[in-house]
Ligand binder design. Structure first.
Ligand code: PLP
Length: 388
């Protein structure tokens, strides 16, 4: 039997037990949400961290905190997951689709500049597949045009740019997902970081059902019970959502984040091994990591060039599985090509992403150890040899 629980052999069970023992209350070291927020903020050297029930909720919280609403435009790459578009839809704004660069597969700053209008309010660079965007150029353009920036780092934990800045710490807000497939997971969950206290308060209130006593800080807000045990006590100044992370999830997240570096390095190791054997193949052009950047390889992404040799995408995938590989994922549809977006918003003009989306092959990097990695490597070697 394969061991599906290998990722949870740190303090996960201990912390879950602590939560139950505390009756979902706080221990001496605070609630699990508070401890996870403090740890994540410390790792990234940021002032405020706010947990949430998903990495889509966190994007919505960020857009709300920027004041994004109906009539505004939010610039997102077309080559990402639908959830980026959903967060924009949830905010009531309109997504405007930016093309990606053909080598890094990430938001193209030149196309971003072209697509800015008088209605633009925010930009959402996405560190796709673990590769870090050109934040230097994106921030410069954002600053020139008074745009807020939320970095979607759901697929990128501890990625670095060429100034050694951690992905997600550069824009006004950084957003991560702890969904089951991500580098570290709480089964479902997300977190945001910011240094801006106003933004932090707005995000925490918006995701915390709008209780007026909520502040930017983690942890319980103590108000005198003589105040709230009173029929005249008012609670809500704003309309809001309940996006809070359950304590049980935060307990797992705390234990996972204690070992964050280890989980990142496992993925990077797998990716390096794919890279070694794919780099000379004429069938692939792997995602390029810019000089001085650190890619954290949520997946190993490569552009498949099989059409030059009359090899179909599915043909390659099927052989890979036949040779023992665990499967190859495809890029999601471009956001504007998903039926719900097609019916509702104008299409985008992103020719580079159009071409890439059809070709991309995404290899898994969530192997437990060297023996699991070798199964993928052997399968890929055999498949490449087969089609040679
Ligand atoms: C996973 C993911 C999200 C959404 O996260 P959920 O926690 O599943 O809501 C957003 N953006 C990207 C790029 C993702 O990969």
């Amino acid at each position: 039997m394969t061991d599906k629980g290998w990722k949870f052999t740190g303090n996960e069970r201990k912390y879950l037990d602590d939560v139950l023992k505390s009756g979902f209350g706080a221990s001496e070291s605070g609630t699990m949400n508070e401890r996870l927020e403090n740890l994540f903020a410390d790792i990234h050297n940021k002032k405020f961290a706010i947990t949430a029930n998903s990495g889509t909720s966190t994007l919505h919280m960020a857009l709300y905190s920027f004041g994004v609403g109906p009539g505004d435009e939010v610039l997102i790459p077309s080559l990402t997951v639908g959830m980026c578009g959903f967060a924009v839809w949830q905010s009531g704004a309109t997504p405007i689709f930016v093309d990606v660069l053909p080598d890094t597969f990430l938001m193209d700053p030149k196309d971003l500049k072209k697509k800015i209008s008088k209605n633009s309010k925010a930009v959402m660079p996405v560190h796709m597949y673990g590769n870090v965007c050109d934040m230097e150029s994106i921030m410069e353009i954002a600053n020139e045009n008074n745009l807020y920036v939320v970095e979607d780092s759901a697929e990128c934990f501890l990625g670095l740019d060429n100034k050694s800045r951690i992905a997600g710490t550069i824009g006004h807000v950084g957003s991560w997902s702890f969904e089951g497939s991500k580098h570290v997971t709480t089964s479902e969950g997300g977190i945001v970081l910011t240094d801006d206290e106003e933004i932090a308060i707005k995000m925490r209130q918006f995701g915390g059902v709008g209780f007026k006593n909520i502040t930017a800080q983690s942890g319980k807000v103590r108000i005198s019970r003589d105040n709230f045990q009173d029929p005249n006590w008012e609670r809500h100044n704003i309309f809001a959502y309940n996006y809070r992370m359950p304590e049980l999830c935060a307990a797992v997240g705390l234990a996972q984040c204690e070992r964050l570096e280890k989980f990142v390095e496992l993925r990077v190791t797998m990716a390096q091994q794919y890279m070694e054997i794919i780099t000379d193949s004429e069938l692939f052009s792997p995602q390029k990591t810019q000089e001085g950047f650190k890619n954290t390889y949520w997946t190993f992404a490569a552009k498949f060039l099989g059409d030059k040799f009359n090899i179909e995408w599915q043909e390659f995938r099927k052989k890979y599985i036949e040779f023992g590989g665990d499967g190859i994922y495809a890029a999601h549809q471009l956001v504007y090509n998903e039926p719900c977006f097609k019916n509702y918003y104008e299409s985008g003009n992103t020719p580079v992403a159009e071409d890439l989306q059809k070709r991309l092959m995404l290899f898994t990097t969530n192997q437990k150890d060297e023996s699991e990695r070798m199964i993928q490597i052997n399968a890929l070697e055999k498949t490449l040899k087969f089609f040679k």
